[in-house]
Write a protein that binds this ligand. Sequence first.
Ligand SMILES: [Zn+2]
Length: 133
Amino acid sequence: MPKKPLINPCPCGSERPLQQCCLLYMQGEVFPPTAEALMRSRYTAYVLGNTDYLRATWHPETCPTTLNLTEAHRWTRLQIVKTQAGSATETQGVVHFKAYYKLPTGRGGRLEEISHFVRIGQQWFYVDGQLCE
Ligand SMILES: [Zn+2]
């Protein structure tokens, strides 16, 4: 059977509709269960320009006071390279990812980062990340 094209696929690449994926987290209906799920939803927030969600999921100790998204970056794809811990029963997690973007000039680029997450209660937070060159 041919695969039905997905209507409104989630930008995070989960192959689920946005409404059944990261949007659930952004609307606060449920918390992302794992560090990777939080990472994916934060990527989607970057795609959609949802700074409120980015701040809400940033650890209060490392969250920047101002958060300006560079509109020049049009994020095109997320690739999870590797995850360490970060399951629903753990309190720390590491997600190594590559995020691809296009600039208005048409030039493409890639951001590669190893991000650190902690879980406080039910909720995962982004702490910080190391860029990979
Ligand atoms: Zn998603």
